[in-house]
Write a protein that binds this ligand. Sequence first.
Ligand code: AMP
Ligand code: GLY
Length: 436
Amino acid sequence: MKILVIGSGGREHALVWKLAQSPHTQRLWCAPGNAGMTLERCAGSGLEAECVPIAADDLDGLLRFALERHPDLTVVGPDNPLAMGVVDVFQQHRLRIWGPNQRAAQFESSKAFSQNFMAVHGVPAPEAGVFTDPHAAKRFAAKLGGRCVVKADGLALGKGVLLAYSQAEADQAIEEIMLRRAFGSAGEQVVIQELLEGYEISLHALCDGHVAKLFPTAQDHKRAFDGDQGPNTGGMGTYSPAPFLTEDELLTTARMILEPWQRGCAAEGIDFRGIIYPGIMLTSNGPKVLEFNARFGDPETQVYLTRLENDLVELLDASVSGTLRDLELRWSGHASVCVVLASGGYPGAYAKGYPISGLESVAALPDVKVFHAGTIVKDGDFVTHGGRVLGVTAWAETLADAQAAAYAAADLIRFEGMQFRRDIAAKALGHGALLA
Ligand code: AMP
Ligand code: GLY
């Protein structure tokens, strides 16, 4: 098969790496891709994956490329093209593409849509309201005692969410998003949720319009600095499995969330094919959905795909065809840890173009894979080209060993200004861990 992957981050490198291992894969293109992807070779042909300079949100460019080169499957990584309707456009041209269509992608592209859906279909969620009027928003925040989360409705690159611990902070957050438009037109409408406390986990399920196949647990680390301090980022590291739920609790949690979600989709005629990824808070009143994403998490994908034993081409193909029912997802018993190496200053302003050293030493290590995110090749060398630069991923029988291996590898890599968290998976190990 010829496969086109849309996107350029660590998630997409992990997808390319895993798709390349399938004997079905003859040819892989990445639009626009990153420097790491060109290191992958297709198992079916020995050919290297190729980057094509088309932006992930250039729907016309992507369509032109697909009509010329006829990929047998296109795999969409990021949320933006999904929200823009890339799946619908490709389908109109009879091109096979994996990911939710524009209507289904609203679970991520509109927080108001998701909030209303959860209320109507009984998906456990925080107490919340949807507002276009800042005065009404402030009144609702006051009802919650000022302890609330103010979320811009539309996509805001993982930002667009402000936490308030008092009425003054809530008012300020509402003004910031609705009046000063800190996140642009995404702030025309806001969702205000009660502020929940508990452990946060990521759930992923692969859907085919009929069934949803649950992944194991993973946990992301969204804050920039150790001890969950500093600003929110796209994600500074992940590990899987997360030991806060037993296998039974995971199934119960998933049932409480995915069953009403699936019934709701069926009732509303939403044909969801792709990954549904609810961000969940495990509270003393049970699990609650903070948000839905309609794609693979980044960097969750890096830990999931280093544990997945199935052929990913077959899984995604079945997700498109509606034939997932008979497939069983198989996961290695290993734990996997991904540590993101970021540019100094990220998630704020950062410089680019610094040479990266140590990649060859890490490539020689067993059970370690460096997924590139923000890299390009310049004069034959890998140089930094983004906020999140690399995702150093290691797997081992125990979480402690996977963590040690990921950090040993990260310590071999250097670039000017490199920053990373030292405590990825520490919460799980402190927890006493399932994975003894
Ligand atoms: P979201 O983009 O909606 O996942 O929000 C980003 C981050 O804000 C989440 O990962 C949580 O850490 C935090 N957050 C979002 N909603 C809530 C909530 N209702 N209560 C507490 N924290 C929240
Ligand atoms: N891991 C965070 C995200 O993909 O949204």
